[in-house]
Design a protein around this ligand. Structure first.
Ligand code: HEC
Ligand code: HEC
Length: 301
């Protein structure tokens, strides 16, 4: 009997010990990544100065949902604050006190938005560069040109706090957003411009902004790295309810968050306050593209 208890005790100790080692290794791997220096050369893009381009840059910034994490005023905002997961805050992108971009050169903007790496080569944490990586040079230039004109806001940029749950998830390859630069092709050729028209091809270009949440195959499911309180993203392939939707239904959701079965989507989870700024052509193109997708089981990403 005594022997059995002893053995049991050892068993628990060994399990606890292994758990501790796993946690420590998980934490270590994140620290190594975080302090890595990544060298990314970016090709220069000329930034436009005319009013129409700046206006379009502002609209693009809105449709991409940058405000969700950087605040409506671009002065920075805490967007996750759940201690086991972490405390994540977009940086202050204005020229006010606490800004991270005062010394930014044009190339630094491009590197951060396209590759998720800061001017010192430090990987940006929880910055979804993958969603913006495929933007055309022209669209990116218009967006950056507008960002440089945003009125200064005084707000301290925060250092990201990565919680133990995120560290473990990262080690299980379940948190691609933690260091988005790892998943991006540094040798990619970027398109100069894209033809704005109501085609599936243009829709595919716009749909890059949906991949991070709806998955590369658009089948939805739990969004990697989000707290358990978040609803899963929906399946947008023909095996999901979306298959029965008309273009009008789709427009309504992207502009008001209201689904055909009268479910009001919370804009914190599905960014319809951002997609609200999409043009009719963008929404039609997206719709056409989504209709070309092969069916996939919900959540198979
Ligand atoms: C899911 C949240 C999220 C979204 C959406 C997002 N960002 Fe970020 N971004 C961050 C976080 C967090 C940081 C700071 C990362 C760090 O401190 O390591 C950041 C950093 C940056 C930086 C680098 C500034 C610095 O800290 O050196 C730039 C530039 C930037 N974001 C631009 C954008 C633009 C433009 C968009 C929209 C096209 C955007 N971001 C959308 C979360 C986000
Ligand atoms: C930040 C994550 C996120 C991004 C980015 C995102 N979505 Fe969603 N989406 C969600 C979530 C979560 C839901 C489910 C919301 C709910 O159930 O209340 C959803 C629901 C939807 C729905 C409703 C589907 C249904 O069957 O009810 C549509 C349509 C949709 N998204 C389209 C898009 C499109 C198109 C894009 C890109 C332009 C996009 N989403 C970008 C998270 C996101």
């Amino acid at each position: 009997m005594k022997k059995g208890v002893k053995r049991f005790g050892w068993g628990i100790l060994i399990i606890l010990g292994l758990g501790g080692v796993f946690l420590a290794l998980a934490a270590l791997r994140v620290e190594i990544r975080r302090n890595e220096k990544v060298n990314i050369e970016v090709a220069a893009i000329e930034l436009p100065q005319d009013a129409a381009s700046l206006q379009e840059g502002k609209r693009l910034l809105q449709t991409k949902g940058c405000a969700d994490c950087h605040g409506e005023d671009m002065g920075g905002r805490v967007f996750v604050n759940e201690p086991p997961v972490g405390r994540f805050a977009g940086s202050n992108l204005t020229l006010g006190k606490g800004s991270r971009v005062v010394n930014y050169k044009d190339g630094d903007w491009i590197r951060a938005i396209r590759f998720g790496v800061d001017p010192e080569g430090r990987p940006l944490i929880m910055m979804p560069a993958g969603d913006f990586h495929g933007m055309s040079n022209r669209d990116l230039a218009r967006m950056i040109a507008y960002l440089k004109t945003v009125p200064p806001v005084d707000r301290e940029s925060e250092t990201q706090k990565i919680g133990p749950v995120s560290r473990v998830l990262y080690n299980m390859n379940q948190m691609p957003l933690l260091f988005s630069y790892e998943h991006l092709d540094r040798q990619a050729e970027f398109i100069d411009d894209v033809k704005v028209e109501s085609t599936a091809e243009y829709g595919k270009y716009i749909a890059n902004a949906c991949l991070g949440c709806h998955g590369p195959g658009f089948s939805g499911g739990a969004i990697p790295g989000t707290p358990p309180s978040w609803p899963p993203a929906k399946n947008l392939t023909p095996s999901g309810g979306f298959a029965q939707w008309s273009l009008e239904d789709f427009k309504k959701v992207l502009r008001t968050g209201l689904t055909p079965d009268n479910h009001q989507i919370n804009p914190q989870f599905m960014p319809w306050k951002a997609t609200q700024a999409m043009t009719d052509v963008e929404i039609e193109a997206l719709f056409k593209f989504l209709k070309t997708l092969p069916a996939r089981a919900e959540g198979s990403r």
